[in-house]
Design a protein. Structure first.
Length: 128
């Protein structure tokens, strides 16, 4: 029996009718996530089920996490997209997964599963 490869939408838990929030910056984030959201409402404010962010530093992540924590449904998640080590410079990323986890623990969020996005990017989810 062969294992079927999960799609990125499946890895991220994107299912129809969920409210999705995509951070405006960086621009690649919208191009990456929006095509996976055919049957979803994309929201800019208010409560959402899944939020996507791609911070470039620990300080930026702290600010975004603080802003998004009250904006996610109690069962919702925040997916953080971050570059693999060889691509940190390309994505202007000055941080680490360890820093991101530490920051959200201080805010009362827990880190959950990880998902490979592509050859350059990884993602990790955080939830209440």
């Amino acid at each position: 029996m062969s294992r079927t490869q999960k799609s990125l939408a499946e890895k991220w838990g994107i299912i129809p009718w969920l409210k999705i929030r995509i951070d405006r910056e960086p621009a690649f984030l919208k191009d990456l996530v929006e095509p996976l959201c055919d049957d979803n409402k994309i929201v800019r404010q208010g409560v959402c089920d899944i939020a996507f962010v791609a911070p470039t530093s620990a300080a930026e992540w702290k600010q975004k996490a603080r802003r998004l924590k009250p904006a996610i449904d109690p069962d919702g998640v925040i997916w953080v997209i971050y570059p693999r080590e060889p691509f940190r410079e390309k994505y202007d990323f000055d941080g680490s997964l360890e820093e991101m986890v530490e920051i959200v623990q201080d805010l009362g969020l827990r880190n959950g599963r990880r998902a490979s996005v592509n050859d350059e990017l990884n993602s990790v989810c955080f939830h209440l």
